[in-house]
Design a protein around this ligand. Sequence first.
Ligand code: SAM
Length: 244
Amino acid sequence: MTSSRTSQARQAANFDGPGKILAREHNLTIVRNAVGLLTNDTQQLRCDWVELAGESVRQSVALLEGTKLLRPGGFIGVDTNQALIEQLRHERPDLKWRAGDLLHHIPWLCTHAEVGVLNFDGYFEVGGTRASAMLPALRPLICRGIKLFGSFVLILNNCLDSAYYRRIQPSEALRRQTAAVVEGLRGYYPRRELCFDSLLPGDFDTTRVDDRRYEGPAGAYWIYAGKRYGGAMSLRMAKLGLEL
Ligand SMILES: C[S@@+](CC[C@H](N)C(=O)[O-])C[C@H]1O[C@@H](n2cnc3c(N)ncnc32)[C@H](O)[C@@H]1O
């Protein structure tokens, strides 16, 4: 499969399946457990939630609003797809929508918002360079969130099975991503440094991770199947939620 077809397949997987729904709910658990992000009385977010939008952002917003976690107007959706952002702005003018690359919006987010959660689910390749290359650029946003609220939740959601197209095993791709995350977030943590073993212990079960049917935990990752294409084919995602 060529890389453009791989990318199209990942985009096609960008719809809700049971795995994605569970993964979204799991995100809420991570955020609810993070120190300082919720108000004591209403258990609502004290901070803004930023997310790479995509078509399925509507389901994310519905969940955040349905659970009353979102503070009013506290959602910012960003996408390079300008037409989509215009449509979303039309549908939900009460929320904030930004067209363009998230990285170009970091200065705006640091001055016009109070971000405590970034759902960075671009479905990039696990262990590829694209997502990890962006980590250093997120630093001002993460540091400001930690300063304002005491912690920051960063959710990375990438495509695990893209490893096969690069002729490496998913377990190896997870190792590469973990090394890149630890390196890319070095020095962010006020309380402790992230270490490789806390995200992916040396004894994690590589056989399971390399089995295309496996869904479930692998160290700090949550592996789930994206959309299934008719038959058995599906692309698995690996989601990592970090409280920084
Ligand atoms: C998988 S979708 C997001 C799904 C959605 N958050 C949800 O939970 O259903 C990823 C979206 O991120 C957008 N995207 C990828 N990289 C981006 C970047 N650097 N800046 C802005 N948008 C980006 C893509 O255009 C795509 O629409």
